[in-house]
Design a protein around this ligand. Structure first.
Ligand SMILES: C[S@@+](CC[C@H](N)C(=O)[O-])C[C@H]1O[C@@H](n2cnc3c(N)ncnc32)[C@H](O)[C@@H]1O
Length: 562
């Protein structure tokens, strides 16, 4: 398709361009720069400044091209031809890799600039073009002079001739250094802090993550985890048995599309693919509801829940619905999955997917904040899944941009939210029922530590070891499920299965301490444990067991006054 030129003024990207870079007209033909390179540069701008996602999974196959082209036109001032399948793969690889290696690439780019100020004052689009060039030369080992040539041309047409000259000078320096095997990389020396900074650059992660992982895992394991996060992600497909599709049916489809695959070792309805996801998307397998993209590590969380036909299940943080859909399909049409989420838009996606997967007769969506849901809800469930909002530190290989968006401060906030949601979810469990707490994090503070804190507040629950539900190499010493990216070559995930004791097994004793304080004792016969809580409500009497247990969980204000 012929290139089309625009004479419009170029807009800013969230105010990040310098004025000189966009208040000018594009006059020169730009056909000589590859479409994938132009799209990659613009997509990187969108991800860094416009909140877009790094992966193309969020796009609906080829149709996304139109969207992409509109962004290209708005940012660069000219259109480019539509992307073909090969271009799409290239964009996915270059964008994912350039984002992952950002810290490492920036270190090298700034080392090859005159001074740090030159780097810091560069236009954002110029930085993206340089990052792409550095990534292609250093990590993809592409023919260096072709890379230099193309990136110089892109800088010239998208910015100005001077920008092209700068790209030329810096990339040529890089090529020379690479040829002499003397790339400017930091040395692993000095005290812990200096080493953490060096590791953060060498493996391109935020320093706080490196410090956290070296503390929790040790240096060697932390490095292995970072290497995993920097590797190309592989994906799994789950066959949609709810629609009567078997794994053999999906295998036949993949064969006909020539997409290489491996059958999952752990789950009978999963297939792993290393490459070819774009082909699967473009062939319409997801759109037709034949399968879902779901990591086996997430599927194993559903195995921990172990949905059985006829059960009432509630998925407390359900959207966009990967686990709800899988649980629904395992109910074989009998039972119910109530899917709550606070995010209405994401819940709509879940509803649409349920229809597509023909499990909408089993799934009911509820738009609510779990923290207050119990105030109006009276139903109790056999199984309660809390797939809590978390840092996502187990899925950094798939979510290339996430590492740069997460901040250390998020962790405290997330832990508080997780505790609140955990307490709220516990109120939905039937006596004798099951509560599963899960995350896609590898961080013990979001996993084991949250469970331990919960059990302190809720002695009415006890750990039900997951050994009966997942393969033994996924079971931790504490009886939890844990998928370790390096050990299992899957995303990181965690799940604890907790059981609420039957109410008949718990007795409550209330002793008056003073006119304003009562001690509430819950006694668990046969479990050799009891808990005591001093309740500051003189009116508190034997009352409703759940309300008292709720009191024990720390919400004394909600105790039944009757
Ligand atoms: C990890 S995601 C859930 C992923 C989902 N289980 C799946 O498998 O597709 C966490 C979800 O929690 C939801 N969430 C966060 N705070 C919530 C709250 N207070 N009440 C209900 N949902 C909440 C978010 O909107 C988000 O969709």
């Amino acid at each position: 398709m012929a290139e089309v030129f625009s004479l419009r003024l170029l807009p800013t990207f969230a105010g990040t361009h310098r004025a000189s870079s966009f208040s000018r007209k594009v006059l020169k033909p730009v056909a000589s720069v590859s479409a994938s390179r132009k799209v990659s540069a613009v997509r990187l701008m969108r991800i860094e400044f416009g909140g877009a996602f790094a992966d193309l999974l969020n796009e609906k196959g080829k149709g996304s091209g139109e969207n992409e082209m509109a962004y290209v036109e708005r940012t660069l001032g000219f259109r480019t031809r539509d992307l073909d399948d090969r271009d799409l793969r290239l964009v996915t690889d270059v964008v994912g890799g350039t984002i992952r290696w950002r810290r490492y690439l920036d270190h090298m780019i700034s080392s090859l600039c005159h001074d740090d100020k030159t780097f810091r004052s560069m236009e954002p689009l110029l930085i993206q073009i340089l990052r792409i060039g550095f990534y292609e030369i250093v990590k993809l080992n592409m023919p260096p002079y072709a890379v230099v040539d193309e990136n110089v041309r892109l800088a010239k047409v998208a910015l100005r001739p001077g920008a092209g000259n700068m790209v030329n000078a810096i990339l040529r320096k890089l090529v020379l250094l690479k040829e002499h095997d003397s790339l400017p990389v930091p040395k692993l020396e000095g005290d812990d802090r200096a080493q953490a900074r060096a590791l953060a650059t060498l493996y391109s992660h935020p320093v706080w993550m490196v410090r956290r992982w070296t503390k929790h895992l040790g240096k060697e394991e932390a490095i292995k985890l970072m290497e995993w996060n920097n590797s190309d992600p592989s994906y799994s497909l789950r066959t949609n048995s709810g629609k009567g599709i078997s794994r053999a049916d999906l295998v036949a489809k993949l064969d006909s599309l020539k997409v290489p695959y491996e059958l999952s070792l752990h789950m009978s309805d999963f297939i792993r693919i290393r490459t070819g996801l774009q082909i699967v998307i473009q062939a319409g397998l997801l759109k037709e509801g034949l399968c879902s993209v779901q990591d086996e590590s997430a599927g194993l969380v559903v195995s921990v829940v172990d949905p059985q036909p006829g059960e009432q299940i509630i998925d407390c943080c359900a959207a966009p619905g990967g686990k709800s859909l899988y649980m629904a399909s395992r109910l074989c049409g009998q039972g119910m999955v109530s899917a709550i989420d606070i995010n209405e838009g994401r819940l709509r996606i879940l509803k649409e997917a349920a229809r597509l997967h023909q499990v909408d007769n089993v799934i009911t969506t509820i738009h609510a904040d779990l923290r207050t849901f119990f105030e109006t809800n009276t139903v109790k469930y056999d199984k309660v899944l809390l797939d809590a909002p978390c840092s996502g530190l187990g899925v950094l290989s798939k979510r290339a941009d996430l590492r740069w968006n997460r901040k250390l401060e998020d962790m405290e906030e997330l832990k508080n939210l997780q505790d609140k949601l955990f307490d709220a979810a516990s109120l939905l469990v039937k006596p004798g029922g099951v509560l599963v707490y899960s995350t896609c994090s590898v961080d013990p503070e979001e996993n084991e530590e949250r469970v331990a804190a919960f059990l302190q507040r809720h002695p009415e629950f006890h750990i039900d070891p997951v050994v009966r539900y997942v393969p033994p190499n996924f079971v931790t010493e504490g009886g939890f499920y844990f998928s370790h990216p390096v050990k299992h070559s899957l995303d990181g995930a965690f799940a604890a299965r907790l059981k609420l004791i039957g109410s008949e097994r718990c007795s409550i004793h209330i002793a008056r301490v003073s006119s304003t304080l009562h001690n509430v004792f819950t006694v668990f016969p046969g479990e050799h444990r009891s808990t005591k809580l001093t309740v500051p409500k003189p009116e508190t009497r034997r009352g409703d067991i759940e309300r008292i247990l709720f009191t024990i969980s720390g919400k004394a204000g909600l105790i039944n006054k009757s």
